[in-house]
Structures are given as C-alpha cells and as structure tokens.
Design a protein around this ligand. Structure first.
Ligand code: ADP
Ligand code: NA
Length: 325
C-alpha cells in the first residue's frame, strides 16, 4: 500500500532558506512516492500574536511558495489547517490524552516561553495540535527539520497511549530528516536556528530576498578569524553553517566543497555562495509571483480542503467513537 506523508509549515512570516533546505526541498520528490498532505498550519501560527492582515497574506504566500517549489496539486493535497475543523476537534481530544508535564518538557516551549512574563495556553498545547494534524491522515512518515524531532516523538507517545487506552486506530508515524540542511543556523548567531520569526533580519535569508540583500547578508555572516574553510560545527559553527547551505543548494557534498576551496579565503567562498543561493531562489520566485496573483491558487486550495476534509472526517469519526463521544 502507498504510504502517507504529512508536513505542516506555519504562515508566521516569509519562508527562509532553513524552511526550504530542511523541509520543502524534499517535497517534490516525495509526492511521487507517497500519498502526500501539505498543510499551512495557521492554527499553530496564532499561538503567538499575529497581525490579522499579515497572517492572511502570509497564508496565501505560503501556499504559493509550496507550489512554486514544486508541489503538484494533482499529486498532493495542499490545504489550510483552519479550513478543516477536524484538526481543532482532534487536538482537543488529544489534549485530554497528553499530560501537562510532558508538554512542559518540550524544548521549543521552553525556548519560546523563556524570559516571557506570560505566554498563551496554546503555546503549551501546540504539540497535541501537531499530533492531530499528523494522526488524522494515517501518516506513516513526517518529513521535517531536526528541530521537530521531540514533537514527533511526543506524537508517537500520544498515539500509542490513545491506541492502548481506547482503540487501536492511529498509525504510529516515523520521522524523516534530511541529512544536509537538517538544521540551518542563524547567520548572525550560528548556535541558534535560522527562523522566519527572528527579529534580526540580517540573520535570515528569506525566500523572497533580492540578490543584493542575499549578498549583503552572506557577506556579513558571522564566521571566525581563522580564515580556513573547514567543517567543524563545534569550533567553527559559522563557516560550517555556510558549508551546509552551499551543499543544500548544489549537488555537492560538504567534503567536496571543502576540497574545492582549499587555500581560498572566506571572501571568495561567500561571494560564490551568494550567487548560488540567488540563482536558485530567483527561479522559485518567478513562479511564486505568478501564482500569488492567480485565481488558480484559490481553486487549488478549495480542492485541497475538500480532499483533506474527506480523509480527516473519517479518522475523527473513529476517534470519537473510540472515546465514546
Ligand atoms: P520557523 O521556525 O521558521 O517558523 P516552522 O516551525 O514553520 O519554521 O517549520 C517549518 C518546517 O521547516 C519544519 O519542517 C521545520 O523542521 C523546518 N525548519 C524550520 N527552521 C529550520 C532550520 N533552521 N533548518 C532546517 N529546517 C528548518
Ligand atoms: Na537539504
């Protein structure tokens, strides 16, 4: 039987090359092999305050970006989370299976709540919503960046607990992490992951950046004073991150790139990298701008909603029956 994959991205800002290399880049190939669901997870985005109009725009923008990077709506289901109510319904049920203790242990929750006077309850209960997203479709494999490992582990635990306590209805999903690009780091602080919600825009390359901006950001990326191009995450996190980005955007491995640049300095390396990233991104942007304006995009999202709804409502029914509601 064909296996199923599910992947969600939050419309919480413009996509970054971290999102692209860690997640999106692998989607076009995967959709040929798997029954594929690609979801714009707007319910996840509102766990922190969002501007209403911006959120709408970012949702549409993300849909266009999925398609521009190679998602084919004939092969995959592309849809908006909040348009399929089963996600919120199952999320509530799973919150009644998860414990506060295990939610409080999530490192993403700790990171995002650290130093804040108050955070929303949704920030804490984000993982059961993510579990609902995944479990509704009988997902076998979740292709994500390595920052999501702990959440997938929790999804497995929640599903196993539900299956044991109520009825064996959920497929236990496996995680699939890209080898290259699993974790792209901030250009300004290479011990922190690159994120679309980082307030320091110099730290992040967005998929909608212009070549000039890309060049500027890469040139000012933090490295070290040694001047030797080597992969050493511990001692040279900056240059190692740039090597990962280079490898992610080319057919070359990190080892091959290191060999190619033997005896060369950071300046040469950085200007080549800026050009490589710009070229790849501008191809995606061309298609993106066409789609963003089109009615075709609305039609694709309507179709996606219908397809997702059909699958999700079946699973929700089973889950309700299992719990006795
Ligand atoms: P962000 O942190 O940028 O808001 P999301 O939480 O929406 O990203 O994640 C969307 C997808 O992108 C997930 O699969 C996640 O694992 C991946 N991802 C996010 N940031 C990175 C990164 N810096 N490196 C690699 N993958 C990433
Ligand atoms: Na990659």
């Amino acid at each position: 039987m064909t296996q199923t994959i599910f992947s969600g991205i939050q419309p919480s800002g413009t996509l970054t090359i971290g999102n692209y290399l860690g997640a999106m880049k692998q989607f076009p190939e995967l959709q040929d092999e798997y029954n594929s669901y690609f979801c714009i997870v707007d319910y996840h985005a509102i766990t922190v305050p969002q501007d209403r109009l911006k959120l709408r725009d970012q949702t549409r923008s993300l849909a266009a970006m999925y398609l521009a990077s190679g998602i084919n709506p004939e092969k995959s289901t592309l849809f908006i989370q909040s348009e399929v109510p089963a996600h919120a319904e199952l999320a509530w049920m799973l919150q009644c299976v998860a414990t506060v203790g295990e939610l409080e242990r999530m490192t993403q929750y700790k990171d995002k709540s650290e130093g804040k006077e108050s955070v929303t309850a949704g920030l804490l209960t984000y993982p059961p919503l993510m579990a609902a997203d995944i479990l509704l479709y009988g997902t076998d494999i979740v292709p994500v960046g390595d920052d999501q490992k702990q959440h997938i582990e929790l999804t497995r635990n929640i599903a196993e607990r539900f299956n044991k306590r109520y009825n064996d209805i959920f497929t236990i999903p496996d995680i699939k992490i890209q080898k290259v690009g699993a974790r792209i780091m901030s250009l300004q602080n290479p011990t922190k992951k690159m994120s679309k919600s980082d307030e320091n825009h110099k730290a992040t390359i967005f998929l909608l950046d212009e070549p000039k901006q890309i060049e500027k950001k890469i040139k000012s990326a933090v490295t070290d004073s040694e001047g030797i191009i080597e992969f050493d995450k511990e001692n040279k996190p900056g240059i190692s991150n740039l090597l990962n980005i280079y490898a992610g955007f080319t057919e070359k491995s990190v080892d091959e790139i290191v060999k190619d640049y033997a005896g060369k300095g950071y300046g040469d390396f950085k200007s080549d990298l800026a050009q490589i990233v710009s070229e790849k991104i501008s191809k995606i942007q061309e298609r993106y701008y066409e789609l963003y304006e089109s009615e075709e995009l609305d039609e694709i999202l309507d179709q996606g909603q219908e397809k997702a709804e059909l699958a999700a409502s079946k699973m929700l029914k089973k889950a309700k029956k299992a719990m006795g509601i």
